[in-house]
Design a protein around this ligand. Structure first.
Ligand code: MRU
Length: 343
């Protein structure tokens, strides 16, 4: 996708120098910086600290990190330790485990095969995101107002994204979609990343406080909801950014179609239900403090909460399959319970 008119991917790999490059998402939307990571350990830290985040981008970065490890040293002990380091970075998005496993298995035959597998994962992510845009676009009517939560745009994948991909396709088709962007507390991926992406693509949008969604649904101003997913269980339950579940409950109350967009790499057929999905608990500092620019453009951090108070900070919640209208995949749109036979 384009940044200031130039084409970028969220994460990429240069095999000649064994370097992973990624857009530093902790600096957005204020600064556009590219990080160069020359060892698998650094790439793992980048995943853990959310320099790269979002299911597909995490998967691609993790696959590249595993390939980097094979290039560094293909000794069995070394690559096993590297695999452990990479898989321990974040627990919820299944794309990470899918990618590491694939590259690890390929690397057993040769280092070249590990690198090849990592490239294939990133290429597949991009191709599937495009197809999700194609199928999702069929659900969008001219002038639709669409609500999205968190960031499942191109920054969360290698390119195009999932929840935002149908919106980009609809815009290309001249349907002029309008997007309600949930701010997505506590890390504000909506206000910071989705809003920035949509701005770069010239798509009309407004950021809303997370708790304003019911207000707009009650007024009949939201035609459609599309969110992403970090892991989909075999029964069609969906783990996604915290706050997704309440959007789904409100949507059911007001009869607003609620769609999830995700590639097959997010579908975990070995995970029977949403209850079996591990939910990441992050530092309470993300709830207690807020970082951003002052009006003068200086980066600053302030404490929002009462001094001395602590917070709970689950990063994801699980939306039961029964609240989901459909799941937009690279193979078409399915009811949650149909995924098991179609992906
Ligand atoms: O914690 P993050 O930012 O890595 O969370 C992932 C997400 O961006 C969302 O949950 C998203 O909606 C699905 S991932 C494409």
């Amino acid at each position: 996708m384009k940044v200031n008119g130039k084409n970028y991917k969220t994460v990429w790999y240069e095999s000649k120098t064994n370097t992973v490059y990624m857009i530093d998402q902790t600096k957005l939307p204020f600064d556009f910086d590219i990080k160069a990571l020359r060892e698998h350990k650094n790439t793992a830290v980048a995943i853990q600290t959310m320099i790269v985040r979002g299911a597909g981008a995490i998967g691609a970065a993790a696959g590249y990190a595993m390939a980097q490890a094979f290039v560094e040293n293909s000794d069995e002990e070394f690559v096993k330790n590297a695999k452990k380091t990479i898989t321990e970075t974040r627990p919820t998005a299944v794309n990470l485990f899918y990618a590491v496993e694939k590259v690890f298995e390929a690397g057993k035959t040769s280092v070249e095969n590990a690198v090849k597998a990592a490239f294939e994962i990133a290429e597949e992510d991009e191709r599937y995101s495009r197809l999700i845009g194609k199928y999702g676009n069929e659900l969008v009517k001219k002038g639709d107002k669409i609500l999205t939560h968190c960031n499942a745009g191109w920054l969360a994948f290698v390119d195009y994204g999932t929840a935002l991909s149908p919106i980009y396709s609809a815009a290309d088709a001249g349907k002029d979609p309008f997007v309600f962007v949930d701010e997505t507390r506590p890390r504000n991926q909506g206000a910071r990343l989705t809003a920035w992406e949509l701005g770069q693509e010239g798509i009309d949008h407004r950021i809303i406080a997370d708790n304003a969604a019911a207000f707009y649904m009650n007024r009949g101003e939201i035609d459609l909801i599309i969110v992403g997913a970090d892991r989909i269980a075999a029964n069609g339950d969906v783990a996604n950014k915290i706050g997704t579940l309440d959007r789904a409950i409100i949507a059911r109350h007001f009869n607003v179609p609620f769609y999830v967009a995700a590639p097959s790499s997010t579908f975990d057929k070995d995970c029977p239900t949403g209850k079996d999905i591990p939910i990441e608990e992050r530092s309470d500092e993300e709830v207690l403090y807020y970082a951003g620019h002052t009006r003068d453009g200086e980066m600053t951090e302030i404490r929002l909460a009462s001094p001395g108070s602590h917070a709970f900070n689950p990063a994801f919640d699980v939306t039961p399959a029964g609240l989901i209208t459909g799941i937009i995949t690279e193979k078409g749109v399915f009811k949650p319970e149909e995924l098991i036979d179609n992906l």
